[in-house]
Unconditional design. Sequence first.
Length: 384
Amino acid sequence: MQLNSFDEWSPLREAIVGSATNYTSHERELSFDLFFHDNLANDNASRSEWYYPRLSPSGQGQSPASSRLPIKQRYVDELNEDLAGIAQALQSLGVTVHRPMNVDASTSRVQTPAWEASVVPPLNVRDNTLIVGDEIIETPPMIRSRYFETKFLGPVFNEYFRQGARWTVMPRPWMTDASFDLSYARNTAGGPTEPIEDPQQSPYDVGMEMMIDGAQCLRLGRDLVVNIATVNHAMGCDWLERHLEGRFRVHRVHKLSDSHIDSMVLALRPGTLLVRSEAVADKLPEPLRKWDLIVPPEPKHNNFPQYDDDDLILTSPFIDLNVLSTSPDTVLVNEACPELMRKLEQQGFTVVPVRHRHRRLFGGGFHCFTLDTVRDGGAEDYLG
């Protein structure tokens, strides 16, 4: 089928489900700490101070071993089981599922002239790609280890391109320390300390650069709502506005979170939003404040696995708000969240429970792990 995806709820026909094959570690460095700032600061209580060893400039040796935090293999194995379950659930609903290329076990590093880092598999495929109608837009990455992540989606993108899709790559940043706007982290309690006070110079410094993720965008027909927390995001949004002018309207919201919007607010159908709290709606464009709000119950601690002190928590307890709609009345929800399932059923939704155990360790829920490429909807005007 041809690429066509304008919103978050129209009947889903095709989607990409991410891969965690050969996911071995997290690498603590500036871009990682800034991206996960809110949760590193607030959800790892056993760690009193954050520090990252410097990434070595390319050609000057490897990064210090202590910067790489191994992930226990049993978590990766269980994550791969759960990804297979997500794919099976979608297929049972008539959705064609595509999978990215896997990271080969021999590929452990990503390297540019400015830096090197560990490589991350294409798991959270929502992040580095924005689908707008019949166009694939590869967005400029925000984490160094994910710099070439969209290359693993290349075979799927190639096929859509052959079928007529547009395919655009936003400018790629150098991602030196000077590229990042540090103001959000500096002005937020907690979080990484050393990289905020002592960014390192590089011969490749060009000043702040555009960096923005597709998951910062809420798609509503011909409208995009984009979360902006840094100068990097604002520059990326500038690019989107100019590139999409005449086809889509772009609406900015500010500091809903440090980056992604899809664990703060999701549109489940026209006129209905799932929001973390009513306060979130106050920051949305005025027409969206008139939509019905579903506020989920507070997450229960027994909904999550218990982890060891050396396991790095990357998402807040609200990660299960990150659901995936397959139609205006059908939603994939984590089976560990009976309270959320009951809430959605009370609002007339059909809930499809699916297992997803380690979402707090791998930074994503069902919406993050999937990229919808074909839906039935079009460029409707939902905001007036």
